[in-house]
Design a protein around this ligand. Structure first.
Ligand code: GDP
Ligand code: MN
Length: 376
């Protein structure tokens, strides 16, 4: 899960990284009050989980509390790259001397953590890395050793950052480790004319696999962008909403990904990714079907299961029992293959639900589901 800037800012502060004073609100009147508290002049910043807010007009300076009211009322309700703005953060303005970029990220390609840093901050780091790679330092970090002051000095030197940033680099690594993050990014990290080093913007991506021990974010799930995703998460399903019309259920992330591709090949678009995982019990199948059927965009559903450890007859039992609790309102195409496939198909054939049809191959099943979705 990605955090909002103000949440990242809070974590930075807790770990001893200096940040500007700031408060969040959803109302222009409160924005005016906050501006008064912060001393008059403020930076008003849209709180959306997407980068490039500055360029999109979502980061503006307000000269006084009256301007804060006006600016907040303009930014609230804006749409930044498809993200509606319902909260703004007002921050005390900072007298910037120079801007830097620093981040730690789990780099799956190299199988380790990377420190990425640049003395040219406030920039689009992907673009800088592509067009001027010499300005962006990439230093591998051994997770067992972490970022010691010596390691931090090595990173700072590689990126030509001033020595005052070393302490922040050490603390930022502690944020990553203690908060179970996969990414912590500060862009820009600034040095002020008074010589202070401050994190002016923050992005933190938490590792969802560690959420069980990071309970402070439990409520944040309730405000997930997509209500269906929130519902699926509450049921413990791995579900991602997509923008097509064929609902997809499968077992195993790889098979589900392949199924999405095959649906696309058949001229339709998948409405979601849903991995039942191992087991595929009746309850999990019922929960998955319930989520997918309540998506108004879905016009047909494709269940693609390859029985390995999970036997297909157990999956078929699961589907049949799920159909007792969930009212099927859209055509369901089922492809069962692998362990006990024949018995599984027989179970579904015996049940003879009018909206359920079977296919023996993945391609055949996807073709049928695609046709049902596009002609329906
Ligand atoms: P982003 O566009 O979403 O990355 O939003 P940022 O918070 O990084 O802000 C974009 C840019 O606005 C920064 O790179 C700074 O140059 C500028 N900025 C943000 N806060 C302040 C501030 O307090 N004072 C000044 N002078 N500039 C700021
Ligand atoms: Mn930024």
């Amino acid at each position: 899960m990605d955090l909002y800037e103000h949440q990242a800012r809070e974590l930075f502060e807790e770990h001893g990284i200096a940040v500007p004073r700031a408060e969040v609100t959803d109302s222009p009147a409160k924005a005016r009050e906050i501006a008064r508290r912060l001393g008059g002049k403020t930076v008003v910043k849209a709180q959306v989980k997407v980068g490039g807010r500055g360029k999109a007009g979502g980061v503006r300076i307000a000269a006084d509390p009256a301007a804060a009211y006006l600016t907040a009322s303009q930014i609230l309700g804006m749409d930044i790259k498809g993200h509606p703005v319902d909260t703004v953060m007002l921050a005390e303005p900072v007298d910037i001397e120079s801007e830097f970029y620093v981040s730690y990220v789990l780099d799956r390609a190299s199988g380790t953590f990377l420190a990425i840093a640049s003395a040219e901050g406030g920039i689009d780091i992907e673009e800088a890395a592509a067009t001027r790679p010499e300005t962006v330092a990439r230093v591998p970090v051994d997770p067992a050793e972490g970022v010691t002051p010596a390691k931090a000095a090595e990173i700072a030197e590689a990126a030509a950052l001033p020595p005052e940033t070393v302490d922040v680099l050490v603390r930022l690594w502690q944020v990553l480790v203690r908060e179970d993050a996969l990414l912590v990014e500060v862009n820009p990290l600034v040095r002020t004319r008074q010589g202070r080093v401050l994190a002016l913007d923050g992005k933190v991506t938490l590792d969802d696999n560690a959420r069980f021990r990071q309970t402070r974010w439990d409520d944040a799930d309730a405000e997930r962008a997509d209500p269906l995703e929130a519902r699926a998460a509450a049921k413990g399903l791995t579900y991602v909403k997509l923008d097509g019309e064929v609902g997809v259920i499968g077992n195993g992330a790889g098979l589900v990904m392949a199924t999405l591709d095959v649906v696309a090949c058949c001229g339709a678009r998948p409405a979601n990714f849903l991995d039942l995982g191992g087991g595929a019990s009746a309850q999990v199948m019922a929960d998955g079907l319930a989520v997918i059927l309540s998506d108004p965009d879905v016009r047909s559903v494709l269940v693609n299961v390859f029985g390995g450890i999970t036997a297909c007859d157990k999956v078929a039992d699961g589907i049949v029992r799920a159909l007792d609790t969930v009212r099927l309102t859209k055509p369901l195409v089922v492809r069962l293959d692998g362990n006990n496939a024949e018995r599984g198909r027989a179970v579904l054939a015996d049940h003879a639900h009018p909206l359920v049809q079977q296919a023996t191959t993945m391609d055949g099943a996807a073709r049928r589901a695609a046709r049902l979705a596009t002609n329906a």
